[in-house]
Design a protein around this ligand. Structure first.
Ligand code: F0G
Length: 454
């Protein structure tokens, strides 16, 4: 029997684990975070909210007040919302890099392109390790340490591993990273190395890495930090809390997120439903998930089985962060899409590249996986799902600097060389700004400036 992961020093009374399929309730979770009865995923619930949930006005003012504090947990954009998270006994138990606190930007040019009056981007790429993963990782790494683990591990397409390695290092734990060989960006891999992770490039894809990890955690005293771990999703919920606070608790009509392993969409959806239950908001935004055409497991699951059975795919996309064919949290994602009335759409490689350049041209920038949101929005407007007068927030999940190879190949015109899409890629030419090599003369630079002006 694997060791149980009930963290010592945690106020156990504040939350319980519930199986998403059979509803079995437990105070403890086994190391693979699966239900002891039916092996489905677990979620964290807060039984006390049922009778006496926290008062919404008090919560809002507490969260505002904490912004003025110098304490690390108050400065964290995740732990600031700790009233809706698994409780710590003392605040100094949190491993925090002051994550969260990400800006909400308006994107006027992208709004015009997509055909909506107002478009906002919640830029999770401005987290400490450059992706949205930090919001979940600060919580899950904290509970790993509280449970007494020396080792943490994850399978990753790059961002989870970068984030996990950083939080493990800050918390004095060792970390083991399993990534698909040759299929993640160098900048993400280099982060894991720099933060001291034991990094294994496995000759398989992400889904193969995750399968192996699930077995490993049952055999070795290693705490798994993939988004199967429900503490991760609790932390990631705070993205939605912070967003609604930034919007003065007026929900937008739509929130659009990229879908890979489907942890983030599940977490945001959980947060929205909890906010509605607690009276923090009075209506739900529609939460929509966008996938790459080559990694469209959720799209197919919904279209082909009505969300009843998972359809797996052999994933292939240059948006390597979401190159996932067998998303672990598919059931949770189906639930929140249904509960909020959201849509699920897929976009092509060219549409992703175009949207990424359009977001970049606003001075914001993001990694390819994040750009599926704008590409998806254009489709949702075209299909009439997003109405012309509705407000929309895109969740940009990763920083532009996460995948510089993609950006360089795009601007040099090499991204779609020698592949089926080559001629279709002509639509991207007006957005390309390749670097120009010149003699170091005033004339050459002046001529280039004039040409650019014309
Ligand atoms: N965007 C980025 C930049 C990501 O890194 C990921 C997932 C997603 C979107 C999709 O989020 O999996 O919660 O649906 N990256 C994981 C990783 C899988 O290992 O870094 P999801």
């Amino acid at each position: 029997m694997p060791p149980l992961t009930t963290p010592a020093g945690v106020q156990q009374a504040n939350f319980r684990f519930r199986c998403i399929a059979c509803g079995d309730l437990s105070d403890q979770a086994s190391q693979n975070f699966r239900c002891a009865q039916c092996h489905d995923l677990l979620e964290i619930i807060y039984p006390k909210w049922k009778d006496a949930g926290p008062d919404p006005a008090t919560l809002k003012s507490t969260w505002r007040q904490r912004r003025l504090s110098q304490s690390p947990v108050d400065q964290s954009g995740v732990w600031r919302f700790r009233d809706l998270l698994p409780a710590l006994v003392t605040d100094d138990q949190a491993i925090t890099l002051r994550e969260g606190n990400t800006p909400l930007y308006e994107l006027p040019q992208c709004a015009r392109i997509a055909g909506v009056p107002r478009l906002f981007a919640k830029h999770q790429g401005l987290n400490p390790t450059g992706s949205f993963k930090d919001a979940g990782m600060t919580v899950a790494a904290t509970f790993a340490r509280l449970a007494g683990f020396r080792w943490v591990a994850c399978a990753s397409t790059g961002n989870t591993s970068a984030s996990m390695a950083a939080y493990a290092a800050r918390g004095g734990m060792r970390s083991l990273v399993l990534v698909p060989e040759g299929k993640i960006s160098w900048s993400k891999l280099s982060q894991a190395l720099d933060y001291g992770a034991v990094t294994c490039q496995l000759r398989t894809d992400f889904d193969g890495c995750l399968r192996l990890l699930q077995e490993l955690v049952l055999r070795a005293p290693v705490y798994q930090l993939n988004s199967i771990n429900p503490f991760r999703l609790e932390g990631q919920k705070t993205l939605a809390l912070e967003l609604l606070e930034q919007l003065d608790w007026q929900p937008p009509d739509h929130i659009i997120v990229p879908g890979g392993n489907l942890g983030n969409s599940s977490a945001i959806g959980k947060a929205l439903l909890e906010m509605l239950d607690l009276g923090l908001i009075s209506r739900l935004p529609k939460l929509s998930v966008i996938q790459a055409e080559g990694a469209n497991a959720l799209v197919r699951t919904l279209r082909e089985t009505g969300g009843k059975r998972q359809v797996s795919v052999q994933a292939e996309t240059r948006a390597t962060a979401i190159r996932i064919g067998n998303p672990a949290s598919w059931k949770k994602a189906v639930h929140v899409l249904e509960a909020t009335g959201g849509a699920c759409e897929q976009v092509s490689e060219i549409e992703i590249a175009q949207a990424k350049a359009e977001i970049g041209a606003e001075g914001i920038g993001c990694e390819p996986a994040s750009a599926v949101t704008l590409a998806g929005l254009k489709k949702l407007v075209k299909h009439g799902f997003v109405k012309p007068e509705e407000s929309v927030v895109l969740v940009l999940t990763g920083n532009l600097l996460k995948d510089p190879d993609f950006t360089m190949e795009f601007h040099r015109g090499d991204l779609f060389k020698n592949i089926r899409d080559e001629s279709a890629a002509a639509v991207l030419n007006p957005l390309r700004r390749p670097p120009i090599v010149l003699d170091a003369t005033m004339d050459a630079v002046m001529r280039t400036l004039e040409q650019a002006e014309n």
